[in-house]
Design a protein around this ligand. Structure first.
Ligand SMILES: NC(=O)c1ccc[n+]([C@@H]2O[C@H](COP(=O)([O-])OP(=O)(O)OC[C@H]3O[C@@H](n4cnc5c(N)ncnc54)[C@H](OP(=O)(O)O)[C@@H]3O)[C@@H](O)[C@H]2O)c1
Length: 253
């Protein structure tokens, strides 16, 4: 398989590029400022992407920023190349651009490609159903270079909570001063420090008890492995949206 990686000079894209090469796929790393190599392959300029995409058996993996990602994915749609998106933090305009692309190519997006987070999502749904009315607070921690807050994973966990509770909880981002907890709130607390790969913790509390559900990524390799699993699984599927859970559910490893 031929795998184009946009954002290959980045923290996560670099790990993805190494994973692609280690699995024996043809790696095409792409950068806005190509100089040198990543995982033994020459960086290619982002402006050449349309020509690079124009090949059979190619998949794109994107770990960049929303504005760049929307542009790269639109080019993939134009070329008919399936794409895996790890980038987080899309606004409604970016999401609409991705929705348009999903009309012509298979598109798989996940805020977190760790298998443990997929399991956590299932457990959160179960806990939210089993513990109706319990107060919930979410805390997430990432490295000091992360741009979006709260993380895409935090939002996905909160969406799962809302779905299970069948109500949209009021997402309260930190508290300061006289600010008592109101019914229907979920507190969301964001920490940015050092090189923390990604930690998410949900606390359910009531009835003189506390249940804590937590996940910690210990290397970026876990995201890279999941993204490449998704890229190996995606080709051959119909145009439309897919989730990382589809890959795991289908034994895609
Ligand atoms: N889904 C998951 O499992 C998962 C896991 C970790 C991170 N993420 C997400 O992946 C994304 C990348 O995170 P990261 O920590 O790897 O970021 P990073 O180290 O800052 O790398 C981002 C890369 O994006 C490229 N880029 C293209 N256009 C850009 C622009 N306009 N501004 C800035 N950079 C641009 C840059 O490469 P060039 O300049 O060489 O083009 C840069 O190396 C984030 O949205 C993050 O939340 C997702």
């Amino acid at each position: 398989m031929r795998v184009i990686v946009t954002g290959a000079t980045g923290r996560t894209g670099g790990e993805v590029a190494r994973e692609v090469a280690e699995r024996g796929h043809e790696l095409v790393p792409v950068s806005r400022e190509p100089a040198g190599t990543v995982a033994g392959a020459d960086l290619r300029p982002a402006e050449d992407l349309p020509a690079l995409l124009d090949a059979e058996g190619t998949v794109l993996i994107d770990f960049t920023v929303p504005v760049a990602s929307a542009d790269y994915i639109a080019q993939a749609a134009e070329a008919g190349t399936p794409a895996v998106i790890g980038t987080t933090g899309f606004d409604s305009e970016g999401t609409a651009a991705l929705d348009a692309a999903a009309e012509s190519i298979p598109l798989l997006k996940a805020a977190n490609f760790a298998r443990g987070v997929q399991a956590l999502l299932n457990v959160v749904r179960e806990a939210a159903t089993a513990l109706p009315g319990y107060d919930v607070e979410l805390t997430e921690t990432h490295h000091n270079g992360k741009r979006d807050a709260p993380s895409g994973t935090a939002k996905t966990l909160l969406d799962a909570l809302d779905d299970a509770r069948d109500e949209a909880l009021d997402r309260t981002h930190g508290r300061e001063g006289e600010d008592p907890r109101e019914p229907g709130q979920v507190g969301v607390h964001v920490r940015r420090a050092g090189d923390v790969r990604g930690e998410h913790e949900l606390m359910f509390a009531d009835n003189d008890e506390v249940l804590t559900l937590a996940h910690r990524a210990e290397s970026r390799g876990v995201f890279a492995a999941g993204a490449v699993d998704a890229a190996e699984w995606l080709p051959g599927h119909e145009a439309g949206w897919y989730e990382f859970g589809d890959v795991i559910g289908d034994g895609g490893d």
